[in-house]
Design a protein around this ligand. Structure first.
Ligand code: GAR
Length: 208
């Protein structure tokens, strides 16, 4: 069993896609052992509870400074004993200590085709606003391993999504989620659980 900790901040639709993937038998040998949120109001926490998954909130507001928050966050993740950490709409920069300890064992879903519309300041709806502003005709989502940079780690999988003429950031976000994110993230977790994802020289190969 692959023990997964899912880190969330908001709606939790990607978390839901993983929960559903496991329940429907599309994601094998995987157990979500804990959901961690930095935001006490995250809808994702309710989704975790509804699925009977332990959920914990570690809010920066409850700590005196960034270092104390990061220490608490690291402890909260580590005490669940994860094999894999999944960032599913987690809007916190992951502490460097965690990235070093879990090299190629932290994955993130990003709502664009990296290296487009990624890096500092590109998260959530902002990504789609910028894509529409630039007038791209194709966008999509990326699942990648997390390294010390911002959205710079090895890419596991990407899926393209068409931009429509009349798209708003909200309609585009929704289509990217439905057509790409909710498909890719459970799929990648399943491949990782099956031991089919190999990282060499910063590049990912998926074996048969
Ligand atoms: C998703 O679109 C995810 O790709 C994005 O936030 C949203 C969270 O939605 N993540 C980032 O922008 C990370 N840079 P959810 O809470 O409903 O899964």
């Amino acid at each position: 069993m692959l023990r997964v900790v899912v880190c969330v901040s908001g709606g939790g639709t990607n978390l839901q896609a993983i929960i559903d993937g496991i329940a429907q038998g599309a994601v094998f040998h995987t157990e979500i052992v804990r959901v961690v949120s930095n935001n006490p109001g995250a809808r994702a926490l309710e989704r975790a509870k509804a699925a009977g998954i332990e959920s914990v909130c570690v809010s920066p507001k409850d700590y005196g400074d960034r270092e104390q928050f990061e220490t608490a966050l690291i402890r909260c993740v580590e005490e669940a004993g994860p094999d894999l950490i999944v960032l599913a709409g987690f809007m916190v920069k992951v502490p460097a200590e965690l990235i070093q300890k879990y090299k190629n064992r932290i994955v993130n879903v990003h709502p664009s085709l990296i290296p487009a519309f990624c890096g500092t300041g590109y998260y959530g709806l902002r990504v789609h606003e910028e894509a529409l502003k630039r007038g791209v005709k194709i966008t999509g989502a990326t699942v990648h391993f997390v390294d010390e940079g911002m959205d710079t780690g090895p890419i596991i999988m990407q899926k393209a999504v068409k931009v429509h003429e009349d798209d708003t950031p909200e309609t585009l976000q929704r289509r990217v989620m439905e057509e790409a994110e909710w498909v890719l993230l459970p799929w990648c977790i399943n491949l990782i659980a099956a031991g089919q994802v190999i990282v060499e020289d910063g590049r990912v190969t998926v074996t048969e």
